[in-house]
Design a binder for this molecule. Structure first.
Ligand SMILES: Cc1cc2nc3c(=O)[nH]c(=O)nc-3n(C[C@H](O)[C@H](O)[C@H](O)COP(=O)(O)OP(=O)(O)OC[C@H]3O[C@@H](n4cnc5c(N)ncnc54)[C@H](O)[C@@H]3O)c2cc1C
Length: 438
């Protein structure tokens, strides 16, 4: 089996599309409608907020520009990770004080919250709460792992440090040096999860309109009007949950928010199913794994025992051939048991990167909130953040909301930043060869 010869693009069928049941489509928004709350964006953030609002008795309407899960939520690697990509807990507390402490607790519990929600809503999404492991790619980075285990342990997280031997047993590879294990994490089929969340929303009374890009949000008296090409929705509150795809489908929708995040292409790919003998040797505990590199090495089994992995590319030409060679070599080096590695699907999506590598939460007006910039770690966190946004719109006091809200800061020279972001990979690869700071 070889990689698809066709040029993969944002719409290329993903592995998840190939293996997930097709949902029943919804109708686009048409005419003038009313609701209590409008949610813009049908990914984990928007649907989690919608579900929690509907459960508290609010009339909720979701407008999604394409189809449910079309953004990052339906195309990601499906790793359920209760740790941020670019911020350590002490840095978050130093920056946001008590709100930072609440946010750290939100991150800490986010994987458990996701799996609890999946169980409570009986969502069939191939969920495996097998734990998340972050192996250290150098001995110096093992000290970073130890510092993280200590920092998260002090904040009540269930995590432990594995030494090189334990790590080699867990992974079936001596390629790494030990690492941080968090048993609350794991993996899911992200497209089945986001579609399952949408179904749970509908059961709770949420109305969903796909193929309905919001083109603007306007204040009309004490209310808001969310407009699409064919309709308008008058509501008391709005949540903008468009993450890395902000500005992609309708440039007029909050352009300053869209410019506060840089969409970076992340490529994903799946191997054919591994043999029983290979599964016995490689990651027998079926953990979700992503290492300490900035140019991440990551992989997990899916329900068919295929390894789902990926990488970023610096240059966009001929991605199928180059990714097959690059990621194939990467996997075969770590796991020689695999032999020559082939891939069945190659697809891509945008990761929403912020300059401070921290997710941003904004109050854009009275009862108008936005969440953006999960920096590639939004599977678990977006679901918990959606719940907190629902609380914020339901009148909870600041001390009960675990999100540090901040002002919108558009990235200077945003168009240029988008272009140079790919080049940052060169810098990341160099930085991965250096000991971590601190
Ligand atoms: C390839 C890839 C791999 C990843 N792997 C992981 C991982 O393993 N673990 C992890 O924790 N995170 C991962 N992430 C990140 C994670 O997928 C995201 O952080 C998360 O899905 C964000 O959810 P969201 O609901 O905020 O945004 P999205 O899921 O992107 O949803 C935003 C939605 O808004 C819609 N939209 C945009 N504009 C409009 C408009 N004007 N009107 C209406 N709708 C609009 C889009 O169509 C989209 O469906 C990955 C991301 C990518 C791209």
């Amino acid at each position: 089996m070889v990689a698809s010869a066709s040029m993969p693009d944002a719409d290329a069928a993903s592995h998840w599309q190939a293996v997930s049941p097709t949902p029943i489509p919804t109708v686009p928004l048409k005419g003038a409608l009313t609701a209590d709350v409008a949610i813009i964006g049908g990914g984990f953030t928007g649907l989690s907020a919608a579900l929690h609002l509907a459960k508290s008795g609010r009339k909720v309407c979701v407008v999604e520009g394409r189809t449910i899960g079309w953004g990052g939520s339906g195309r990601n690697n499906g790793q359920v990770i209760p740790v941020l990509a670019g911020s350590e807990p002490a840095t978050i507390e130093a920056r946001f004080g008590a709100a930072g402490e609440r946010f750290n607790a939100l991150v800490r519990d986010s994987a458990a919250v996701l799996f609890d929600l999946v169980r409570a809503q009986a969502i069939n999404c191939e969920a495996e709460q097998t734990g998340w492991f972050q192996p250290a790619h150098s001995r110096a980075h093992l000290r970073l792992s130890a510092a993280r285990v200590s920092a998260w342990g002090q904040r009540g997280a269930e995590c432990s440090l594995l030494d090189a031997d334990e790590c080699a047993r867990l992974l079936g590879s001596g390629f790494w040096h030990g690492g941080m294990l968090n048993p609350t994490g794991g993996h899911i089929n992200p497209l089945m999860l986001v579609r399952g969340l949408a179904a749970a929303c509908e059961r709770a009374g949420v109305v969903i309109h796909e193929d309905s890009p919001a083109t603007g949000v306007h204040k009309v008296g004490a209310q808001w009007q969310v407009r699409t090409a064919a309709g308008q929705l008058t509501v008391d509150g709005v949540i903008m949950a468009t993450n890395a795809y902000s500005g992609e489908l309708a440039g007029q929708l909050q352009p300053e928010v869209a410019r506060s995040v840089v969409p970076v292409t992340s490529w994903q790919m799946a191997t054919p199913p591994l043999s029983a003998a290979q599964q016995d040797q490689i990651m027998p505990g079926r953990h979700a794994v992503s290492d300490t590199r900035a140019d991440l090495h990551y992989f997990r089994y899916d329900a068919r025992n295929q390894l789902v992995t990926g990488a970023a590319l610096m240059l966009p030409f001929n991605p199928a051939r180059r990714l097959t060679a690059h990621v194939g070599t990467r996997l075969a080096t770590a796991f020689p048991q695999l032999g020559r590695v082939e891939f069945r699907h190659i697809w891509s999506g945008y990761v929403g990167v912020t300059p401070d590598r921290f997710p941003h939460f904004h109050q854009l007006g009275p009862n108008y909130l936005a969440a953006i910039g999960f920096n590639g770690r939004g599977v678990a966190l977006a679901i918990s953040a959606g719940r907190e946004m629902a609380k914020a719109l339901s009148g909870a006091v600041t001390q009960d909301i675990a999100l540090p809200f901040s002002a919108v800061k558009p990235v200077t020279l945003h168009r240029l930043a988008r272009r140079v972001a790919r080049g940052a990979m060169l810098w990341y690869r160099w930085r991965d060869t250096r000991p971590p700071k601190g």
